[in-house]
Structure formats: structure tokens, C-alpha cells
Design a protein around this ligand. Sequence first.
Ligand SMILES: C[S@@+](CC[C@H](N)C(=O)[O-])C[C@H]1O[C@@H](n2cnc3c(N)ncnc32)[C@H](O)[C@@H]1O
Length: 428
Amino acid sequence: MATSSGRSCLQYLLHLAQDNLDFRLPSHKVYYSSRSAFELWGHGRTHSELRTSLLNYPSENMSPFMHKDSTYRINVYTFNKTLQFAERIKRIDAMEYLQFEGTVNLKNPQHIFCLLEDYGTDPNNIPEHPDYIYFGRWIADGQRELIQSHSVKNRHFIGNTSMDAGLSFIMANHARVKENDLVFDPFVGTGSLLVACSHFGAYVCGTDIDYNTIHGKGRSSRKSQKWRGPDENIRANLRQYGTEKMYLDVMVSDASKPVWREAALFDAIITDPPYGIRESTRRTGSNKEITKPTEGIYVESHVPVSQAYHLSDIFTDLLNFSAHHLVMGGRLVYWLPVYRPEYCDEMVPLHPCLQLISNCEQTLSSHTSRRLITMEKIKNPEDLDTLANVADPRFSPYQGHNAFREKYFSGLNKRCGKEDHRSAVNGD
Ligand SMILES: C[S@@+](CC[C@H](N)C(=O)[O-])C[C@H]1O[C@@H](n2cnc3c(N)ncnc32)[C@H](O)[C@@H]1O
């Protein structure tokens, strides 16, 4: 991918990873999808075209990196073909028409230049000559190593719905998480999303309805272990990656009955709600609501019973909560399960206070996928025209769509439940 900067007429070349392609553009940082970034000096279909292009490149853009007091190295990268060492050296020697006045330093050069040869994408049909050639100055590498270093395979505390490291970082990027932000996950599980957000310097907190998950008790998700060991909890996960100081807390709470005071508290809300496929979608309360304690009064003997938490309600509650509790410009990032044969964009829940920023698909099986939805708060609920909008987005101007969505979601659990896509979701 080549991109240009009008400011100084510089062009840049990004070498991107070939996975999760749909998620690339909405990521404002290219930590996850980018392998390397280069300042592009020349390009062409042949080495002769490259030479012409390089000789036409403004010398004032090159000279700061080629003067006699500098040290440098030239790397040769090939895509879909392996070049022998001798061939690489030949390629480097052929670049002598560039006026490098500095000294070669292979170990620790001040500047690294790269010749990149693209031999297409078909490993069974590798052309003799490259399809395209680029030359540029290396600027930086992405942070692909985070996927390995934060892999859930080596994580202290995991569950069978732990979000893989790469996708957790993508979610944090879509939410534009930055230093000193306050990030909340209402369906926190084992805290994978908190781990990613804390890496980017955000303070993190979360809630989950499951006591065992929040307190790191109960059966272990590891095959080799029956019960969770001591200190298997979210705080210990952050400690493992050196971000414990960003951990605020987690608590047992039902997302359908938020406990937060009415205020715009969070810079981002990032979450993976339950789909009812790998974990049940429950909320507290009975259908008759007769066991509900008097509001504001703590009744010691009260044990909440649970009832089904329908998917359409989960998303309605999540959007409504975000409209009230995100700061202006704050972002909501969440996964929406989708039955592919029936999906259309109108199914994505909307809210008058939240602007849809992106909607990216991750395919799970031939019939199921999930979509990463990113929304930004653009209005305060109290600034909406009608009070009805504030109370419940189901009664918003989008009511028609929402009735349609509700019908869609009520059938989704049953349809998706037929297929087990556990490995696709958990593949780290
Ligand atoms: C898909 S998992 C989240 C996984 C999490 N991202 C992780 O990395 O471990 C969904 C979580 O929602 C929780 N949950 C289900 N119903 C809930 C409710 N009504 N309120 C809060 N949490 C709920 C489940 O206990 C489960 O841990």
C-alpha cells in the first residue's frame, strides 16, 4: 500500500500483514496490521524503471541520509520468492548509481534502505522477474510481535471465550485507546480486552455477571488442570504484561442493570457480549419480577434469579449505556454475531447519539460471522429532540429497523447454535 504526504511531497510505502484484511482501514494506528513502513524513493515494473524513478527523486530528500558522515545498510526483501545470498548482493551492487557517500555498517547503521521485489501471491506460479519493485528508506516496524508476546496460550488466566491477542489489539485501535484513557468492558470475562487497552496506557475496569470468572474460581479452561489455581484473575493477567498499575478493578454486575452513576465517565467501551453460543445470555430478575428487592434497599436474603437476556436487548442496552456513559467523541467497539445468509447492514443497531464509524466482518464459518462495530458518541442524550429517544433507542426514529432487528436476533441464537465455531473464535 503506497500513500503520499502533500506537505513535503514524500511518499510512503506500508507493508501490511495478510490477515484480518477487513480491519485495516479503521485502525487509526497500524500497530497490528503493519509489518513495516518506508519512505518511498522510487518504484517501477523493472529495475530499469526503478533506476529512472530513483534518479528523478529530489536529491534534497535523499541527501540528509546519504552524506559522508552517515552509516547505512541496504536490505533486500522479496515477496513470494527466496533469493540466494549471492543474488541479493548482486541486487545491492546494482544500486551503485545512487550516491551513497556514507560508510556501510551492517550491525548498527544510522539508516536502513530497502529494495522490495514483489513476485505476486501465487506460490505455484512464481514469475522469473518481479511484478513490481520498490526502493525506500525504512522508517519503522509495526508491533506484530505483540500477537506472540500476548498470546492467550501463555496467559496466566484464561477462559474458553478469551479473546485472542491480535483481535483485542485491533479493538483497542478501533477505539483509539490512548494513554490515561478510562476504558470499560461490561462483559469483561477473563479481561483480554483490558489487557490490550492497558498496553496502550489506559486505565481499565470491567464487570461480568459470572462470580467465578470475576473471582478467578471454579473449573479451569486448561486441559491439564481441573480447578483454577490461586491468583488466576484479571489483575494477575495485567501483572504478567507489566501493566498492573493501569488496573482499576472488576466486579460482579449485570450489564442489563448498570450500577454506574449518571455521568459520562468512559473514554471507550470495548466489549465482546455473550452470544448464547459458547456462554449463556442471562440477566438477573424473573419474568414476574416479584422477587425484585425494593430499590435502594439492601436486602440481605435476596438471591437474584435469572432470566434469558435476548440478543436484541443486549445490544439495545449496550448502545443506550454507551450513549449515557461515554465522553463526547468516546468510542464503543463491540462484536455483533451474524447469520450470514440473512445479514444486511440495516441489522446493525443504531442510536441517535452514536455515529457508526466502521463495520468489519470476521468470517467464522460458511453461515456465521461476527462483525466488529465501532461507534462514536456525537450527541448527549439530553440534547436529543424527544425524551422518548433518550429512554430507549427502540423507540427512536429507527423504530422500524429495530423491530426488524429484534426479529432477526431472536432467531439468531437458534440458527448459530447449530454450528460450533469455537476453534475459529479462539484461534490465537
Ligand atoms: C464472550 S464473553 C467475554 C469474553 C472476554 N472478552 C474475555 O476475553 O474473556 C461474554 C461474557 O459476558 C458475561 N455475561 C453474560 N451475561 C451477562 C450479563 N447479563 N451481564 C454481565 N456479563 C454477562 C459472561 O459471563 C461472559 O464472561
